[in-house]
Design a protein around this ligand. Structure first.
Ligand code: NDP
Length: 337
């Protein structure tokens, strides 16, 4: 049983030595328990927060503990009345090959599962985040302009496509020409702009001649700087993530722009609302699945997966996620299906 532990806390960007791979004996289930074997592990930006002991909405991973993470597993052995060998389950068993569970919190996915990794992406937590953040907080209306960053990623790609389904004009933002091409060709966004372009702010202004009605915030940094002057009266900002800042160790230097931000919010009556998906919307997961499952089956919502092979490659893949190296929803194939 291989497990990836938190070895040390990062200062700034995580490095490989923040992680440690160890091998232990196979855990044994007892009465009322199941032995789970990890097939896919989800790598997500929130894990950077768990590596740090700064106060957050969830407790940190302790040093020497297994890194947390969502997984799709198979039941290897069952001594639990609700599970049989071979069942697929969605769990939160972390960066390891095997885990023993008493069944609490496991979501059964049946005996046959054609596309297991989707339950970690478009049909899982990131898809749910996109769906609730955009529809409940963003409230997009036909004809409005929606801007979404990290637009080929797990959350952003779904946000942009739901906005299209709702009749909006979607101006997407992504890192580099290859991702921008996919934004238009694979996802059907009206525009997809490269945030690395030196004239990105001007390009965004040109692409949003009627201003911005919804900005789905996942990034912060210079993307938000370019968005702020373009926000319309009564614009909505679902504040989902700020990935450009997750490795920051202090506030940026420079003039204090807080008054500018608050003045813009006041004068244009802007609504910005943060949300933590399962804390705020956990009870609505079924509603999401009922609408998203047919959208995916009918090809109305498409997705790209970035599958990395092998648990030992998880640390580097995760480090790359915070640098934009992933192309699509990042998952690790830990074991055979
Ligand atoms: P993605 O699959 O989109 O991968 C992360 C992407 O973020 C990268 O590919 C890159 O895209 C972009 N990025 C990374 N570093 C930077 C940087 N320094 N500056 C600008 N862009 C950067 O991840 P997810 O879809 O899983 O997550 C997207 C966001 O949603 C994150 O902020 C995450 O924390 C948040 N989130 C929030 C949840 C909640 O409950 N509030 C739940 C789930 C996710 P590119 O190369 O295109 O710039």
């Amino acid at each position: 049983n291989r497990r990836v532990l938190l070895n040390s806390r990062p200062q700034g960007a995580p490095t490989p030595d923040n992680f440690r791979l160890e091998t232990t004996d196979l855990p044994q289930p007892s009465e009322g328990q199941v032995l789970l074997r990890t097939v896919y592990l989800s790598l997500d930006p929130y894990m950077r927060g768990r590596m740090s002991d700064a106060p957050s909405y969830a407790p940190p991973v302790e040093l020497g503990e297994v890194m947390v993470g969502g997984t799709v597993c198979r039941v290897e052995q069952s001594m639990h009345p609700d599970f049989v060998e071979g069942d697929w389950v969605l769990g939160y068993t972390g960066w390891q090959d095997y885990e023993v569970s008493d069944g609490k919190g496991l979501i059964p996915l049946g005996q046959e599962l054609e596309h297991p990794s989707r339950s970690l992406g478009v049909l899982g937590m990131p898809g749910f985040t996109a769906y609730m953040g955009l529809l409940d907080i963003g409230q997009p209306k036909p004809g409005e302009t929606v801007v979404v960053a990290a637009a080929t990623g797990a959350v952003g790609a779904v946000v942009g496509q739901i906005a299209k389904l709702k009749g909006c004009r979607v101006v997407a933002v992504a890192g580099g020409p290859q991702k921008c091409k996919a934004g238009i060709e694979a996802f059907g966004f009206d525009e997809c702009l490269d945030h690395y372009a030196p004239d990105f702010a001007e390009q965004l202004a040109d692409a949003c001649p009627d201003g911005i009605d919804v900005y789905f915030e996942s990034v912060g940094g210079k993307v938000f700087d370019a968005v702020l002057p373009l926000l319309n009266v009564k614009a909505r900002i679902p504040v989902c993530g700020l990935i450009a800042h997750y490795n920051d160790t202090k506030l940026p230097e420079g003039p204090d722009r807080l008054p500018l931000l608050m003045q813009t919010f006041l004068v244009r009556r802007i609504k910005a609302q943060g949300f933590i998906i399962f804390d705020d919307y956990g009870s609505r997961y079924g509603e999401f699945l009922a609408e998203m499952t047919p959208w995916v089956a009918e090809g109305k919502v498409k997705f790209i997966e970035d599958v990395v092979d092998g648990l030992d490659n998880a640390p580097n893949a995760f480090i790359g996620l915070l640098e934009g190296k992933n192309f699509g929803k990042l998952v690790v194939r830990v074991g055979e299906e």
